[in-house]
Design a protein around this ligand. Structure first.
Ligand SMILES: Nc1ncnc2c1ncn2[C@@H]1O[C@H](COP(=O)(O)OP(=O)(O)OP(=O)(O)O)[C@@H](O)[C@H]1O
Ligand SMILES: [Mg+2]
Length: 363
């Protein structure tokens, strides 16, 4: 087992001036499940491939344990990678696919079979060992790809969107299986996904990337409760956090039709008349009576999901444009479409960011 360290590691692709991964600093603990998440093109796969040795590191270093692997070829890094497209050998059986890397290492047949059987048992693949990949479902193929990584008993598992070929339901069950398996094996894992729900449910910690830059690296709950900046605030959480631009006044932040109350200390930090962005999660809003202070919105849609319901409302902003606001509401008492309701948030559940830098200002 091992730790993984990215030490100001950068990757600049030939012909490009801007780094695809820009001075990444990340310390992954022994046995930890670390998820790299972010929108398409933010540098997730590149970061993973730098660790795998499939991509040159142009600046900085990468270490596995206390060994500097920056310039080592992939085969000397003691890692195993699971790709999005599994890359199984079609002409080999499941058992042969799983044991192939061990065969290449010259491990004797009996020992190989033993390891393959153990992994197959762990993954519920025993009855499929003699089949070819084409006779397996997507989820079973995914497990074979996992099995192939497991039998090698690597120091680190690397996974790049391993669930993206599965349908929605299978994704959910497989992600739980992978997370449980990783915990049982205790092997340090770096897992890439663009899906924030997957990131939040699987990771011990989640590193959020944007444009090659690490935005925040934290536990799922801290990312949710204390996003460092507007980008993380908007990226983590579904439905997304409501973000509204406003201006600091003596009472709070004026977002057009409503002055959001604000702690004096935050107001001082921002300064009078400064541009501020406030963030309120859908579940932090509640419908209040018309006499109370709040945001007036017109109900556009109510999405009823059974246990939950979400109100999609339109709010006046002072200018001509209207802004969409999402609030989680009581599923049993949805307001009527087209009606006007007033929404308010508890002051301690309001996030405040500087509009100019995007950085978090509230505590
Ligand atoms: N071989 C390459 N040559 C040049 N540029 C590349 C190469 N591979 C990736 N890039 C660029 O580097 C950036 C990061 O790419 P990367 O594949 O790491 O993104 P990603 O976060 O994995 O995205 P996705 O979610 O779409 O898989 C992108 O702007 C991409 O266009
Ligand atoms: Mg990718």
């Amino acid at each position: 087992m091992a730790t993984v360290t990215y030490d100001a590691a950068s990757r600049i692709y030939p012909g490009s001036e801007k780094p695809a991964v820009d001075k990444l600093n990340l310390e992954i603990a022994d046995g930890e499940f670390m998820v790299l998440v972010g929108p398409s093109g933010c540098g997730k796969s590149t970061s993973l491939r730098m660790l795998a040795g499939l991509e040159e590191i142009n600046d900085g270093a990468v270490r596995i344990g206390d060994r500097d692997v920056t310039h080592l070829p992939p085969k000397d890094r003691d890692i195993a990678m699971v790709f999005q497209n599994y890359a199984l050998y079609p002409h080999m059986s499941v058992a042969e696919n799983m044991g192939f890397a061990l065969k290449m290492q010259g491990i004797p047949k009996e020992q190989r079979l033993q390891k393959v059987r153990e992994a197959a048992q762990l993954l519920g693949l025993e009855e499929f060992l003699d089949r070819k990949p084409k006779a397996l479902s997507g989820g079973q193929r995914q497990r074979v790809a996992m099995g192939r990584a497991i039998v090698r008993e690597p120091k680190v598992f690397l996974m790049d969107e391993p669930l993206s070929n599965l349908d929605a339901k299978l994704r959910v069950s497989t992600r739980t299986q992978i997370a449980a398996l990783q915990r049982r094996l205790g092997i340090t894992t770096v897992y890439v996904t663009h899906d924030q729900t997957e990131a939040m449910t699987m990771g011990d910690r989640v590193a959020v990337l944007k444009d090659g830059l690490l935005q925040q690296n934290d536990t799922p709950l801290n990312l949710y409760d204390k996003p460092n900046n507007v980008f993380v605030a908007g990226f983590i959480g579904s439905p997304a956090m409501n973000l509204m631009d406003g201006k600091v006044t003596s009472e709070g932040i004026d977002v057009g039709s409503y002055v959001v109350p604000l702690e004096a200390s935050v107001r001082t930090k921002l300064g009078q008349d400064a541009a501020a962005t406030i963030g309120i999660r859908p579940e932090a809003l509640r419908i209040v009576s018309n006499e109370e202070n709040g945001l007036t919105v017109e109900v556009a849609v109510v999405e009823e999901l059974g246990a939950d319901a979400f109100l999609y409302g339109l709010m006046g902003t002072g200018s001509d444009e209207q802004k969409e606001i999402i609030a989680r509401i009581d599923a049993r008492r949805p307001p009527e479409k087209g009606s006007k309701v007033k929404l308010a948030a508890d002051p301690e559940r309001i996030h405040v960011f500087s509009t100019s830098t995007g950085d978090r200002v509230s505590g």
